[in-house]
Ligand binder design. Sequence first.
Ligand code: 26Y
Length: 822
Amino acid sequence: QCEFEDDRTGLSKETIKRALADNLFYIQGKVPATATPNDYYMALAYTVRDRMLQRWFKTTEVYTKKGVKVVSYLSAEFLLGPHLSNNLINLGIYDLVRQVVEESGLDFVQLREIEEEPGLGNGGLGRLAACYMDSLSTLEIPAIGYGIRYEFGIFDQEIRDGWQVEITDKWLHLGNPWEIPRLEETIEVKFGGRTEAYYDEKCRYRVRWIPDKVVKGVPYDTPISGYNVNTVNTLRLWKAEAPESFEFQAFNVGDYYGAVNRKVVSENITKVLYPNDELMKGKELRLEQQYFFVSCSLQDMIRLHLQKGESLETFHQSFAVQLNDTHPSIGVAELMRLLVDEYEIEWDQAWQITQNTFGYTNHTLLPEALEKWTLSLFKNLLPRHLQIIYEINQRFLGQVRAKYPNDSDRLARLSLIDESGEKYVRMANLASVGSHAINGVAALHTELLKRDVLGDFHELWPEKFSNKTNGVTPRRWIVVSNPLLANLITRKIGVDWISHLEDLKQLEAFIEDAEFRREWRQTKQDIKGYLATYIKENHGIEVNPESLFDVQVKRLHEYKRQHLNVLHIITLYKRIKDNPNIEITPRTFIFGGKAAPGYFMAKLIIKLINSVGDVVNNDPDVRDRLKVVFLPDYNVRFGQRVYPAADLSEQISTAGKEASGTGNMKFAMNGALTIGTLDGANIEIREEVGEENFFLFGLTTEQVYELKSKGYNPWDYYHNNPQLKQVIDLISSGFFSHGDTNLFRPLVDSLLYHDPYMLFADYQSYIDAQDQVNQAYRDQEHWTRMSILNAARMGKFSSDRAILEYCQEIWNAVPVKIELEE
Ligand code: 26Y
């Protein structure tokens, strides 16, 4: 008897080796003599994907056959990061495949680094969606992620002469082995035109929409594996294409170029990710993107629901649809349109279904980030939806009027239409009215949401509100990114922590074990060494791996206060200049992050970091005790490199401004200590790790409000704090800009005369906390204890915990085991 392992599923070394060679030949169409490293990467990726397909089919089959409830996560952004290592870890074959690749004479690390990461998001919100997809699969929750297949994701960042330069991201240029187009499941989406009222055969008043454009949505599916389970969920991203038939008329009358042009315009919808976050600009194409992917997704869900032989009355029992911020909130009007206009369901019942279907997660309190669209834009693009929104609004305000008679101010605030000046549709109000559940992303943020931004809604429906503190996946953010630490932890407490992060608590039992502390410290040291080598090789900057690695990586924003960090650097520099022999804890300041291309002040902060770096790094007096590096093109891949190497995590936003933060969690899980304000999830992190293991500084949210309302004057702080004054004056004098006193003037003036994010108010407290950091770092034994305790107490911040809460309290979704032999 002779047994062969299947080439596409087998897990013996020989089989994987053969599969790799087969995929190179039969899928990539190459032989070793002509194969490029990318060809080998592709062959490897297909080899891994093959091993997911059976599970993927099985998962999909079970969901369609059994009447299970599916979570549908609607997000304009999914910031996935590289797939290869993550899938290898989830399938439990990382070491095996690495060995096979190396035995085949290939360089595994080189192949791994060839993968272009799908940068289909800006930052926190997009990355959260990716972590949640990972946890949904790991927890065996039936789920589908819906989004947009941007041809160009977030731009690549280069730094030239200290300034950010944006380069288009061509992530698809060499092909994407992780996606499968499902051409046969294409969906049509309408745009523009007008509406027409009519009476149907039963003499009922109805409305039909006569669009002036139809666009096809083609789904591209990516498998999302779970850790150590058979579940492989789907991420379905839509690409816009022009329908062939639609333009024939133009063709016939000879307007060939016009027809081609309209085709190109349709396909523009999914061309590019808007690189702004936290700044709403009323761009028509963005609303087109939102409507496009939401309509495709809802039509897709309805098709799946009807395929099961169910009627639409039970739609909300088949799907729990979560709105990742307001970006997909047009879905509320679209589901109503589909139910009422296309499936002829009575308004009241359709509204019940809609409210029961949607949940809304808010990610920001910043007024400039709240989405609103002018009525004229809305009417041109989505005339029927505007009517539906008016109808929803009329009924809703009727309810409000009944509950609060004669309260026109309240009515104006709650209305879906902002009528205070130019008229707008308020998307947060639409999302709130159309959902049965509304949540913030950290305890403080939810409280502020209930009090301020959605205060009137909270008064009306307190029961709709809850908090769901963010979490991150320990698979990508510890196991994939920090194998050395993961191995050390596993040797001490076994592997269960990877899917039960609370188990990290068991590490506390080893806190008195000097050998364990030594290993912990050595691990961090080794990883810092790797990062130092990487920085040297890729950016030519020498950094001392023994120095304290102080890291701030995140999008550039004034509210995140990267420039406060710079003020600290200049303060230390000044101390050295005043007294070159001063005792100082050597530090390496590492920055990374992209600025929105149109955000002048954020770009100027990048220039400031680089300019200060140039001076500090090259001043012989500093004697390498301080180094400042801005690492270009911060992305998921680089995050994986830098979180594990950090000693200190900078989480220094103005209190009340950062909804949650998730980088703060990734750092602490990897044993970094946090210096931070009482903002977002910092508060909860500090609660978990203990106040003695956290460097706290700055005003509280209440104090920020108080100071603002009694009149904040940054000028007073500048004049009353000589240290601060020296630092600001040094920038103004042109010291960091080759004598140019104009370069940083906009930044300095903004601080001196407005300081909207209160850097000056928090400056001294920040410097004091940083001095405590220096002291603490000198006692390495103590620092190591704090580092271990930080990691050990991060169980709460697993995205598994967060997803479980969403499942139990919002989605009413339960796990479904996927058995391969059934
Ligand atoms: C309206 C449009 C311009 C827009 C696009 C992207 C607005 C906002 C965004 C992105 C927001 C975002 O990333 N928010 C972050 O969400 C994280 C996940 O909840 C939070 O941890 C983080 O504090 C918040 O800033």
